[in-house]
Each structure stands twice: as structure tokens, then as C-alpha cells.
Design a protein around this ligand. Structure first.
Ligand code: E4P
Length: 224
């Protein structure tokens, strides 16, 4: 499963890129607003920093305007992916843009029928929002399961991009189901590294080593 980072913060993105655990980025208007910078300048910075796909969302809601915004976004960088919301006008735009080979991530997917429609319209990715479904007492992962099964049944190439991830268990479930991508907020990525047994285990190793150091000094001092 590919990991995208769900952030518009270049410092945080850079930190995870350095470890090679992030394959792409998703932004949305709220994430860009959080950064406070000119959103196009910020998007350009992210596109330059990241070798993989970077999703940037249109804010128009009418077909013509969406198509124009999407074409502008796609010109910002070769790795730009245009995020289009799941609306009727949006799906019309997806059909037009996909014929121009513009990569599209259909966002705000909350049902399997929406995912199927988006795929038929020509989406490269569909983004089911699992956390927001969980928030209202529905099961976000069941939706992911349904979408993956339907896409498999009909050999649909559209990738399932699990979004609105709230905790590491979402990622384990998404990976077990075989989701193509999960987009992960930086704080959830951070939490994926830790386990209390790792911390206590490392502490014990280092404490034991210190007793050796008392006897032999710094044995790693060159030359060994
Ligand atoms: C990603 O594409 C979505 O915009 C994002 O995952 C939404 O997450 P949220 O529900 O935490 O805002």
C-alpha cells in the first residue's frame, strides 16, 4: 500500500520524504488555509519538493469553472493531480479532464455508488473518507471493503485512496483489505513508529552498554 501524506506543510512533508516512507501528498483547501501562505505558491513548493503525485483541489462548483481551475492546477507540475468533489458537475468535469489525460482524485466519497460513478467518469483515484463516516456512527472501512470488491469484480483500474485517516488501526485495516493508497496525517504517521516495548527495549540495551563502556571506553572510536 502506498502512503501519501495528508498535509500542506512543506517542513512536515520533507521530514517524511527523507525517510522514503511517503509516496505522494494530498492537500485540500482546509489544509492549505492552515498554512496561511498564497495557496498556489504553496502548491508549487510542494509539487517541487515531492517526486510523487500531489493532489490539489478545485474550489469552483460549476462545470466550466471547475474545468478551467483543473487545467490550471495540472499545469503547475507534472505530478499534479486535480481533486474534484463528488458532485454531478464534478463528474462531468472528470469525464472531460480524463480525456485530456489529467489525473483526477475524486474527493468526499461516502458511498460505494459514488465511487463507482467516479470510476466510470474517469477518476484516477477515489477517496473514501473513513474517519468522517466513523464520526457519524457508520463504518468507514466497510465502505473501503465494498469499493475494493466492486472494482475487483469489474477490473476497474481506478485506485482506492483511503482518506480521513484518524489512527494507525485505520491503516492496518486498509492494508489488510488491499487498498491501493492511504493518505495519512503527519501525527498519525508519527504514531506509526512507536511502541512502548521498543522504547523500554532500547533503554535496556543502552543501559547495559553503558556498563561495558565503563570498562572499555568508547569502543566505536576510530579506528576499530
Ligand atoms: C484527503 O484527501 C482528505 O482531504 C482528508 O483526508 C480529509 O481528512 P479529515 O476528515 O481529517 O479532514
Amino acid at each position: 500500500m502506498k502512503f501519501f501524506i495528508d498535509s500542506a506543510n512543506t517542513q512536515l512533508i520533507g521530514k517524511f520524504l527523507d525517510m522514503n516512507i511517503v509516496d505522494g501528498v494530498t492537500t485540500n483547501p482546509s489544509l492549505l488555509a492552515k498554512e496561511g501562505a498564497n495557496p498556489i505558491d504553496q502548491a508549487k513548493k510542494i509539487l517541487k519538493l515531492v517526486p510523487g503525485p500531489v493532489s490539489i483541489e478545485v474550489v469552483a462548483t460549476e462545470y466550466d469553472k471547475m474545468v478551467n481551475e483543473a487545467r490550471s492546477i495540472s499545469k503547475l507540475g507534472k505530478n499534479a493531480v486535480v481533486k474534484i468533489p463528488m458532485t454531478k458537475e464534478g463528474m462531468h468535469a472528470v469525464h472531460t479532464l480524463s480525456q485530456e489525460n489529467i489525473k483526477i482524485n475524486v474527493t468526499l466519497i461516502f458511498s460505494a455508488t459514488q465511487a463507482l460513478i467516479a470510476a466510470k467518469a474517469g477518476a484516477t483515484y477515489v477517496s473514501p473518507f473513513v474517519g468522517r463516516l466513523d464520526d457519524i456512527g457508520q463504518n468507514g472501512m466497510e465502505l473501503v471493503r465494498d469499493i475494493l470488491l466492486i472494482f475487483k469484480n469489474y477490473s476497474i483500474k481506478t485506485q482506492t485512496l483511503v482518506a480521513s485517516v484518524r489512527h494507525p488501526i485505520h491503516l492496518i485495516e486498509a492494508a489488510k483489505l488491499g487498498a491501493d493508497v492511504a493518505t495519512v496525517p503527519p501525527d498519525v504517521l508519527d504514531r506509526m513508529f512507536s511502541h512502548p516495548l521498543t522504547d523500554s527495549g532500547l533503554k535496556k540495551f543502552l543501559d547495559d552498554w553503558k556498563t561495558l563502556e565503563k570498562q572499555y571506553g568508547d569502543v566505536f572510536k576510530l579506528p576499530i
